[in-house]
Design a protein around this ligand. Structure first.
Ligand SMILES: [Zn+2]
Ligand SMILES: [Zn+2]
Length: 822
């Protein structure tokens, strides 16, 4: 290994004066319990410093001073950080997201053809120079007329009268109406009446010039074409008897019938929803009928990535377009390697599953081969089926072998055990974390053997009596499946990315169960058919349906841990109930961090509107923040801060961590419930006032899960999307215990899950597949984990079997076993 990145004295967030070296040109994994400081090191320290340096460079060139550095990092290459929390604009589809729409335009320029919708001949566009050369060639030594076409039978925007006046006003008199010539000065009425009595719209063309075409009067020709171009509404035609007229136009004209078309530009290939809206429907149809190679654009857009890749290989591309073409082939090959081949080109990115989105972003990230960079990845395996992890590993290794350094926050055994170097932070979370636990080459890490049998052999067999029953589910790629999932149980829905898990659980089960709950089971079949479902029933009614899929839009600057989990309402009430608050006439709304409808005098700082920081856009376009000069980050005005509850001001209360707040609010039942939901999932170290946008992806996922799993009465149906995301193996085992407890309280949990630690601990598994997209959507297996291991046809089953029979290096994470730093 050639050299190290050396970090000295990092103190970002909870990092405790951390100093360490990260080898260059290596694949390094960064692990440790959630909240140990992995994101603080990878994103908030390394990536932030990389950004700062780029910005400093830009500032230098403008002569400004740059932000001061906060940590000493030597030997830091240019960094490229891929954070998982990226705001995807919903308008993108797979094609435009990967930038392949620009390629389609290049392909069209390279080998595109536009057939005329009227006669099928080719539509061509010409520059003035091309026109001149072509006319000189085909009319050489012949007398010909240069005409500006004002109306054409296919275009009705200009009336005959307007057209004839246009010609006269421009200073021309001779015009063709169809095939007859008129002198408009003398025969205006006759010309007009021919137009008006003609059964169909007839062409009107102004004669611009009439002369012998040859090289000696090339400039006269160019001049005539320029005048014609200025007057024309439907292109230019050249007439020389006895031959048929020839048509020319800068924007595009049919070479057969002279129908004028619109000019296609790169913009029209920006095929995101809405961008072609400035084309009228016939033009859109014309755009879709253009041919690239042997297929028309409309057909090409129905292709999957895989089919598109195959099609590209059949095209003959000239050398000038070759680089763009080869870049596109690389992107598509990489996407296929990451298991995205089944995605349709026009599939909106907003409808992709979490795993597909993650990998799409990976392929976008890696499409330009670069050298000497530090890639920082936040949990790239998130949402990946175990089967696809080896492809991802291959991609990461390729990056390394091309001369880059890769740092991945990751716990997946398949990545960790195949990395070059391991860094573990800990030992605990929040204030108990931020230290280096171990750091060294993976090859020198000891393995500890686990003697435990697989979890399903330990837990006792359960009997299920009641089920959620659905039949004929056919949303997206689901193939009219019939599934029964046990109530009062923990079920996992597994399968490769794109096999239909989200379509089944979030797209079908969630709305159907909610419908059944609202109508108390009395739902006409037609209602279910609207959900692409034949029938649905619950053997026992459920009192609530809860999912953990919340849009990214809830992650605003103002959302804090305390407001998100709901405890802040009770804290505000507690403050409003103090003697001091009552004497001053403060109500709970005075302590709010946002405007209620009827609040006239909010208590938050007016300058920063309760954020505690001021946010501005830096030169590089990234959002920067600085402590509010008015309230010094305390968020509230001075008067309000005088109110104390349990000797703390409202601002001090927000700086407590969840565990500390729990001891202060133990006596308020509802507040306790909010906070216990968080501590139950190991989030007791989070500060109440921490903005959600500063949480790591794993923390955010668990916070959502904690809020979703808040204790509820009755029997709730929980539908969870990857509840184990971002958790270490031991944290996943803890999550399984929590879910088991919730299930024993009479609730039902159905989770979309790839994590084998959790799948192995489920009561029941529904495995979808066998492939992705059109090759998926069928039930490969349903039954218990033990039965799944015996199922030869299930990829999940095979992965599960080997997971619990092999000893993983991940098992040392969180233990005291040490490896030697080199
Ligand atoms: Zn035509
Ligand atoms: Zn302020």
């Amino acid at each position: 290994m050639k050299g190290h990145i050396e970090i000295i004295g990092a103190t970002t967030n909870n990092l405790k004066n951390l100093s360490l070296r990260i080898p260059k040109h290596a694949l390094t994994v960064l692990c440790g319990p959630s909240g140990a400081g992995k994101t603080s090191l990878a994103i908030d320290t390394l990536a932030a410093e990389g950004n700062r340096r780029l910005e400093a460079l830009a500032q230098l060139s403008r002569g400004n001073t740059s932000r001061p550095r906060t940590v000493s990092i030597s030997n830091l290459p240019m960094t490229l950080a891929m954070k998982r929390k990226l705001h995807l604009k919903n308008r993108h589809n797979v094609l435009s997201f990967l930038g392949l729409d620009a390629l389609l335009y290049q392909l069209f320029m390279a080998c595109g053809k536009r057939p005329c919708p009227l006669c099928g001949a080719e539509i061509r566009s010409w520059s003035l120079q091309e026109m001149t050369t072509a006319i000189l060639e085909s009319f050489s030594k012949r007398r010909a007329e240069v005409l500006a076409v004002i109306t054409h039978p296919s275009a009705t925007e200009v009336s005959p009268e307007e057209a004839l006046n246009l010609i006269l006003d421009a200073g021309y008199a001779k015009a063709y109406i169809g095939d007859r010539v008129f002198d408009l000065n003398r025969e205006f009425e006759a010309a007009l009446s021919l137009c008006q009595h003609h059964p169909q719209q007839i062409s009107i063309e102004a004669v611009i010039d009439n002369f012998q075409i040859d090289q000696s009067n090339r400039s006269r020709l160019t001049e005539a074409l320029r005048f014609a171009e200025r007057l024309q509404k439907q292109g230019i035609s050249i007439r020389a008897t006895p031959a048929a007229p020839q048509y020319f136009s800068q924007s595009g004209v049919c070479q057969g019938c002279g129908r004028q078309s619109f000019g296609i530009t790169a913009r029209h290939f920006g095929l995101r929803a809405g961008t072609t809206a400035d084309l009228i429907p016939p033009q859109q149809a014309e755009l879709l009928s253009i041919k690239i190679g042997t297929q028309d654009l409309g057909t090409i857009l129905t292709f999957s990535m895989e089919d598109f890749g195959k099609y590209l290989n059949t095209l003959q591309i000239g050398s000038s377009y070759l680089p763009a073409f080869q870049a596109a082939r690389r992107i598509i090959a990489l996407s296929a390697q990451l298991g995205l081949g089944h995605l349709g080109l026009m599939r909106p990115v907003s409808t992709l599953s979490l795993g597909e989105t993650t990998r799409l972003r990976l392929s976008k990230q890696f499409q330009e081969p670069m050298q000497g960079l530090l890639y920082i990845l936040d949990e790239p395996t998130l949402g990946l089926h175990p089967h696809d992890v080896s492809c991802l590993l291959e991609t990461l290794r390729n990056l390394r072998d091309q001369g880059n350094s890769v740092l991945a926050v990751e716990h997946h055994p398949g990545i960790v055990s195949n990395a070059d170097y391991l860094i573990e932070l800990g030992p605990g979370a929040g204030r108990d974390g931020g230290s280096l636990v171990r750091c060294g080459p993976i090859s020198e890490a000891p393995t500890i053997s686990s003697e435990l049998p697989p979890p399903w052999q330990i837990s006792k067999c359960r009997h299920f009596e009641n089920y959620v029953r659905l039949e004929g589910a056919c949303l997206h790629n689901l193939k009219h499946i019939k599934a029964n999932l046990p109530l009062e149980a923990l079920s996992c829905v597994s399968g490769v990315s794109g096999s239909g898990k989200s379509s089944l659980v979030m797209g079908t089960l969630a709305p159907a169960a909610d419908l059944a709950r609202r109508k108390r089971g009395d739902v006409p079949a037609a209602e279910y058919q609207k959900l692409a479902l034949k029938s649905f029933s619950l053997d026992q009614p459920v009192s609530g349906v809860v999912t953990n899929t919340l849009g990214e839009q809830t992650i605003t600057q103002t959302a804090l841990v305390a407001t998100y989990c709901g405890v802040f309402d009770f804290i505000r009430e507690a403050f409003a109930g103090t003697l001091m608050a009552r004497m001053q006439g403060y109500t709970a709304s005075h302590f709010a961090l946002s405007h209620g409808k009827h609040d006239r005098t909010p208590g938050f700082c007016k300058k920063c509107r309760g954020l505690g920081v001021e946010i501005f856009d830096s030169q590089s376009g990234e959002q920067q923040s600085q402590t509010c000069p008015e309230c010094h980050g305390l968020r509230f005005n001075k008067e309000l801060l005088k109110v104390k509850y349990k000797q703390l001001s409202i601002s001090e209360f927000l700086s407590l961590c969840v565990d500390e707040a729990l001891s202060k609010l133990e006596h308020i039942t509802q507040a306790r419930a909010c906070l216990q939901a968080l501590t139950r999932l190991g989030l007791g170290y989070l500060n109440l006032g921490q903005p959600l946008c500063t949480l790591s992806s794993g923390e955010l996922q668990r916070l959502r899960l904690a809020v979703a799993l808040k204790p509820r009465r009755g029997s709730t149906l929980y539908l969870l999307d990857e509840p184990s995301a971002g958790l270490t193996p031991s944290e996943t085992r803890h999550l399984a215990e929590v879910l088991h407890q919730i299930r024993s309280e009479g609730h039902t949990i159905i989770a979309i899950e790839h994590n084998l630690e959790l799948i192995g601990r489920a009561d029941y598994i529904l495995d979808l597949g066998p492939g992705a997209g059109p090759y998926g959507g069928e039930i490969v297996f349903q039954g218990t984990p033990a039965q799944l291991c015996a199922c030869q046809t299930s990829l999940t089953g095979q992965a599960l079997k080997s997971h619990f029979s092999a000893v993983s290096i991940c098992d040392i994470i969180g233990t005291q076993v040490t490896i030697q730093p080199n």
